[in-house]
Design a protein around this ligand. Sequence first.
Ligand code: SAH
Length: 263
Amino acid sequence: MAGKIWFVGAGPGDPDLITVKGRKLLEASGAVLFAGSLVDQAATLFAPEGCEIRDSKDMTLEEMTEWLIAAAEKHETVVRLQTGDPGLYGALIEMTRPLTAAGIAWAVVPGVSSAMASLAAAGETLTLPEVTQTVILTRVAGRTPMPPGEDLESLAAHKSTLCIYLSITLLHKVQDALLAAGWSEDAPILVVQKASWPGEEKIVRGTIKDIKRKCQDEKIASQAMIVASPTLGAADWPNLIRSKLYDPTFTHRFRKASEKPND
Ligand code: SAH
């Protein structure tokens, strides 16, 4: 009986940000195929001695499939370790389909995505009451085209939080799309490189107008998240609409209002 292949989200970089379940699977694994230098530290930290560990960065899909199937024939637990969450820009389905075809069991363990880690690093929030209650995870077209209706300009028209992956070298396209969607040149933009990586994280705050220059000054050209959001900077706003959940005048399932609402 072949073993099972687990697609585990390693989290954004800090090995402590893998889930407990992901870590337990790594500790029990006979073989680990990890996605590039982004996650090797977690793999080597938590995988047991004698575990076969292989970096997939120079492998094709066919080679990875072959490697995983061969590993599942030898080991009960095989881990494919991916950065962030495996379901975001992770080629997950391309990898699972040939396993299903070969009759190999597989499952996915979610991970902390770099969007969440980037906002956390900057002490920012993805949503705010009456500002935005929506988050869009997207990218701009590079060598991978965007499907119809998903160009950044259309998505930006919602004025919600935009977490833009895989686009740091295309910052000019982000600037153009946001301006075309009616965002002001002075709207805040956050760029975080290597969010959560111990000692390597860089946080750049700017506006649509100056973010490109600031990133150039900081030599940020890879592994970076771009965040455009009307929530950015809220920690310093003079006025903030409070969340109903903790409002003393608001009753909910777990707490009765202790004060009357103001008229
Ligand atoms: N599955 C991953 C995304 C892989 S695509 C996830 O859920 O995070 C690779 C892109 O993710 C990069 O181009 C960059 O935009 C972003 N990224 C990955 N790790 C990052 C990190 N530690 N800090 C900031 N952005 C990161």
